[in-house]
Write a protein that binds this ligand. Structure first.
Ligand code: MN
Length: 213
């Protein structure tokens, strides 16, 4: 299995999609997936490599170390590492928490969602609301606080919870490139439909891992 983006060191690599471009139809169309993975994500990887290439002192650091220690990144490439490193780590998570067909959370994760938000429906409403309110480009994440308690946090651009040393449990991309071909300006429709592609088995595995760390 390829090294996860967070554990990669220079040179960084685009992870292969584990499903076909059309696997998430009709929620996410194949053309959006192809552009999003092969062009947008690839560009973040390429630009991250360009930024880090000349700075050999950064070559020994993992992507999660770079993003949680931006003060230690030379100023002339700090913005590029922040934006493109964030883009690489966020999208690498995003591809792995979706699958054809989706489903519903169960077990400890379902209990945690109910405990933090009231119910699965309330959780989705709050998450979608955060996505609609994110002005311009950004992400909506769910993170696990101490004790495994779940929290929703939206962040602008390609910023990521990794900046504060926190790995997100899940997240949805609300950049226009994630939905515009099919949903045009209707971001709320995309946010609502997205739940039908969410791979709750993959997220449950992440939850177990994050709680154990
Ligand atoms: Mn994106």
């Amino acid at each position: 299995m390829a090294t996860e983006a967070k554990d990669q060191k220079y040179p960084f690599e685009l992870p292969a999609l584990e499903y076909d471009f059309d696997a998430l139809e009709p929620v996410i169309d194949a053309e959006t997936m192809r552009l999003h993975h092969d062009k947008h994500h690839q560009a973040y990887v390429d630009n991250l490599n360009k930024a880090v290439e000349q700075h050999r002192d950064l070559h020994g650091k993992t992507l999660s170390e770079l993003l949680s220690g931006l003060d230690g990144v030379p100023e002339e490439v700090r913005g590029a590492v922040r934006n493109n490193g964030g883009g690489h780590i966020n999208h690498s998570m995003f591809w792995t928490i979706m699958k054809s067909g989706g489903g519903k959370p169960s077990g400890d994760l379902a209990t945690a969602i109910d405990g933090a938000f009231g119910s699965f429906d309330d959780f989705k409403t709050k998450f979608n609301d955060a996505g609609v309110k994110q002005f311009g480009s950004g992400w909506v994440f769910v993170t696990t606080a101490s004790g495994g308690k779940l929290e929703i946090a939206s962040q602008p651009n390609q910023d990521t919870p990794f900046h504060r040393g926190v790995e997100p449990l899940l997240g949805n991309d609300v950049w226009e490139h994630a939905y515009y071909l099919k949903y045009n300006n209707r971001r709320p429709d995309y946010l609502k439909a997205w739940w039908d592609t969410v791979d709750w088995d993959a997220i449950a595995q992440r939850y177990e891992r994050l709680r154990a760390e």
